[in-house]
Write a protein that binds this ligand. Structure first.
Ligand code: ZN
Length: 286
C-alpha cells in the first residue's frame, strides 16, 4: 500500500571537468553565426542562492530535465531495461516494423521496474493495464524530482574575471577535415568553460518502506554519469562532470507537519563513493 513516509533531499555541486554544452534555443540568444548556443536563463533571478546574490540574465544553467533524462538513460542500460525493451518490441506484432527501433530505444514503459518507479512511466495505457491488476501493481507517483541547477556565485565571479561582464561561455571551434582534399569545415560550438560549478537539488519521495532501497539507484545513476557525459558533444570531449559536496537529508512526514526537529542529516558534503558505500547502513538507522 502507498503511505507517504517522507522525502530525501539530495543537495550537490556538479563540476564541469570539461566544457559543458547543454543546448539552448537559437532564436533567443543570437550570437554572431553561432550554430549551437548553450541554454541560459532568460530573466535574472534575484537572491537565487539564498545569499542575496543575483543570477544575471544570460547565465548558463543545467535544466533538471537534462540531468534526469541522462541519468535515466544510463540506468536503463545498466539495469538491462534497454535489452528488455528490444525483446518486447521485437515480438510485438502490433507494432509496425518501421516503428520498432523508435520504441525499442525509448524509455522503459513497463511500469514495474525500479527505473519506472523512480523516474515515472509516460505510458498511461500501461498504467491503466497495471491498475486493472490491482493497486499493488501500479508504479505510483514518480519518486524523484530533479530541479534546475544554477552556477555558484564563485563560478559567476570566476567567469566574469576571465571573460568580462555578462559573458559566461567560451566559443570552441571544431574542424571537419575532408579526407581527400584536406579542406576544413569549421564549426563554432558554445560551451560553459571547464571548472564551472553548479548547485542543484533532487528530492526523492518515499511512499513504501521498500522505496528506500530505490534511493541507491539514484546515486548509481550519478556515478554512471561521471564516466559518461552531460549535454552534447560528449564523444568529442565535452560534458565530463563530477559530483561533489553531496548532502543527504531525511525529512519524515512529521517534518512537514511542523516538527522541524525531525529532520536528519545523513551525509554532509560527502563524495559519491562514500555515500554509495555507506548508504544502506545509514538507512537502517531511520
Ligand atoms: Zn520499467
Amino acid at each position: 500500500m502507498f503511505n507517504y513516509k517522507g522525502s530525501f533531499i539530495i543537495e550537490y555541486t556538479l563540476k564541469a571537468l570539461t566544457g559543458l554544452r547543454i543546448g539552448g534555443s537559437k532564436e533567443q540568444f543570437e550570437i554572431g553565426g553561432l550554430d549551437n548556443p548553450v541554454i541560459k536563463v532568460e530573466v535574472e533571478i534575484p537572491d537565487y542562492d539564498g545569499n542575496g546574490n543575483t543570477l544575471p540574465q544570460g547565465a548558463p544553467y543545467i535544466p533538471g530535465s537534462s540531468l534526469k533524462g541522462k541519468m535515466r538513460s544510463l540506468l536503463e542500460w545498466l539495469n538491462g531495461n534497454v535489452e528488455k525493451m528490444i525483446k518486447k518490441v521485437k515480438d510485438d506484432k502490433n507494432i509496425k516494423d518501421e516503428k520498432k527501433v523508435d520504441k525499442a530505444g525509448g524509455a522503459c514503459t513497463c511500469g514495474e521496474c525500479e527505473i519506472c518507479k523512480i523516474f515515472g512511466t509516460g505510458d498511461a495505457e500501461r498504467v491503466k493495464e497495471l491498475a486493472e491488476k490491482g493497486i499493488d501493481f501500479i508504479p505510483g507517483p514518480p519518486r524523484l524530482r530533479v530541479f534546475d541547477a544554477y552556477p555558484t556565485y564563485e563560478t559567476l565571479k570566476r567567469l566574469k574575471d576571465a571573460l568580462g561582464e555578462n559573458i559566461f561561455t567560451e566559443i570552441k571551434t571544431e574542424n571537419q577535415i575532408n579526407r581527400l582534399t584536406s579542406k576544413s569545415n569549421p564549426r563554432k560550438v558554445e560551451r560553459v568553460p571547464a571548472g564551472a560549478e553548479f548547485k542543484g537539488t533532487m528530492v526523492f519521495d518515499v511512499y513504501k518502506d521498500e522505496d528506500k532501497d530505490l534511493l541507491k539507484v539514484v546515486f548509481q545513476g550519478m556515478k554512471c554519469l561521471e564516466d559518461h557525459y552531460l549535454g552534447g558533444y560528449g564523444s568529442r570531449g565535452s560534458g565530463k562532470v563530477k559530483f561533489k559536496d553531496i548532502t543527504l537529508i531525511w525529512r519524515p512526514k512529521e517534518y512537514y507537519l511542523g516538527e522541524e526537529e525531525k529532520e536528519r542529516k545523513l551525509f554532509e558534503n560527502n563524495q559519491l563513493n562514500e555515500i554509495l558505500k555507506n548508504l544502506s547502513e545509514k538507512l537502517n538507522t531511520l
